[in-house]
Ligand binder design. Structure first.
Ligand code: SF4
Length: 150
């Protein structure tokens, strides 16, 4: 699995500071994609397990969630990384452009953002969006955390 960037992010998972890996190789090609650099593996660096574990350990007192922006197209590798995150007591989240992911992946997730990018509908901050941010244990849709009160 190849990743384009690693960042500590504050808003992508409500109430969590997250370690965010943006994964290369996205096959979905949403029209108007804001991250076309994620299409090719060659744009990223290989995510090696020892480096990943090192990052998880070094942020253990700061961050509480590990977030994958994509990667469901490499199911086995993604499951492996999610399991490791769980073993290190992190919550886990996946942002996918699909409307559904297999249970073999979602059983290792606490949060899931689904839905392709559709410019006319907007992202999670839009009330018209086709995208959903779900807390999987309760089935609650948490989109309201991303929307400004008007
Ligand atoms: S899922 Fe995200 S990265 Fe992939 S094509 Fe759609 S907007 Fe781009």
């Amino acid at each position: 699995m190849f990743y384009y960037s690693f960042q500590v992010v504050f808003k992508e998972v409500p109430k969590h500071i997250s370690l965010c890996f943006s994964i290369c190789g996205c096959p979905l090609r949403c029209k108007g994609c804001h991250s076309p650099f994620l299409f090719k593996n060659e744009n990223g660096k290989k995510l090696y397990k020892p480096d990943y574990v090192k990052k998880l350990k070094s942020y253990q007192n700061l961050a509480t969630c590990v977030l994958f922006m994509g990667g469901e197209w490499e199911q086995e590798a993604l499951i492996d990384f999610l399991r490791i995150a769980k073993q290190h007591h992190y919550k886990t989240c996946l942002y996918t452009g699909l409307n559904h992911v297999d249970l073999s992946i979602s059983q290792y997730l606490d949060y899931l953002k689904t839905g392709s990018w559709q410019a006319s509908l907007g992202g999670l901050e839009s009330r018209q969006t086709n995208q959903r941010f779900t807390e999987l244990a309760t089935g609650k849709i948490l989109n309201s955390y991303f929307q400004k009160n008007t």
